[in-house]
Design a protein around this ligand. Structure first.
Ligand SMILES: C[S@@+](CC[C@H](N)C(=O)[O-])C[C@H]1O[C@@H](n2cnc3c(N)ncnc32)[C@H](O)[C@@H]1O
Length: 271
């Protein structure tokens, strides 16, 4: 069984909290994608790589008590958080499975839909995982996901060389752990080869300014991400402080803005 420390972004409390904030920022876009995917009441939906399950909890609201949300992650800590929230909210339709998506078979379900967000970027065999997810879907079932398609698009104005070095280090750290940040460049093609009709491919990038709520999402990632790069030994503490300072300086600059890393929304129907 995988250990907690293997996941490149970590599973500590700060990351759990960051994922919650991230979901709050992304909830409207996720809801939009779920509508496009036709996720609805009474269905069986997978949340593949669910993390602490913030999306799974929302999906449980969509399928209702007559449906089922099968939430899968390899982090016991994240699944514990999901299970306690599901209990507190009386959402018996959520079931959590502790599985390593790189090696373990998926639960035997016949699903109407599968959702993933920022997961294919981290697994070492994304095409094999996609095939496994496809196999759980019934004909006419839908796969929907949000994955990065251009992570380097994450830029600051005014330009910051230290920040761009941070972005490059983050990408390198994911690749060093067997992942691929821009995995959405491959997913639509793989889906077609698995017999899916790719119905939606839409790039999502935002222009965020320091006062915007959206700014809070990348801001939180810089704080936890820098600490993670230090913990992984990729950046020393002094360099991390300089990178944080560069970000803080931009945040305080009148007229500053940020382009967020580009995500690809994908919705595909199994023929
Ligand atoms: C960036 S988080 C996204 C979590 C969630 N999908 C969300 O949108 O909040 C990536 C998740 O993928 C999980 N993950 C990464 N590699 C995995 C693997 N091989 N098997 C299972 N889960 C994995 C991590 O534990 C983490 O919860």
């Amino acid at each position: 069984m995988a250990t907690e420390k293997e996941y490149v972004l970590g599973t500590h409390d700060a990351e759990l909290e960051r994922l919650g904030l991230q979901h709050d920022v992304w909830r409207p876009r996720a809801s939009h994608t779920w509508r496009r995917a036709g996720f609805s009441v009474g269905q069986t939906l997978l949340d593949v790589g669910c993390g602490p399950g913030y999306a799974a909890l929302d999906l449980a609201g969509i399928v209702g008590p007559s449906g089922r949300v099968v939430a899968i992650d390899r982090s016991r800590r994240f699944l514990d958080a999901l299970e306690s929230l599901a209990r507190a909210r009386g959402l018996a339709q959520i079931e959590a499975h502790e599985l390593d998506l790189d090696v373990d078979p998926l639960p035997e379900v016949r699903a109407d839909g599968a959702w993933s967000r920022w997961v294919y970027a981290f697994v070492t065999r994304p095409q094999a995982l996609l095939g496994n997810v496809a196999a759980t879907l019934r004909a006419g079932g839908t796969m929907a996901c949000h994955e990065y398609v251009d992570y380097r698009a994450w830029r600051l104005s005014p330009r910051s060389a230290a920040f761009e070095e941070f972005v490059a280090e983050v990408m390198a750290s994911w690749r060093a752990n067997g992942g691929e940040p821009d995995i959405a460049l491959d997913l639509p093609r793989w889906l077609e080869s698995l017999g899916f009709e790719v119905q939606v491919t839409r790039a999502i990038s935002e222009v965020a300014r320091p006062g915007d709520f959206v700014w809070q999402w990348p801001k939180a990632f810089v704080a936890t991400g820098l600490q993670r790069l230090v913990d992984l030994g990729r950046v020393d503490a002094a360099r991390a402080r300089a990178m944080q300072q560069a970000f803080d300086d931009v945040e305080r600059t009148p007229g500053a803005f940020m382009l967020t890393p580009t995500v690809l929304e994908i919705v595909a129907r199994k023929r």
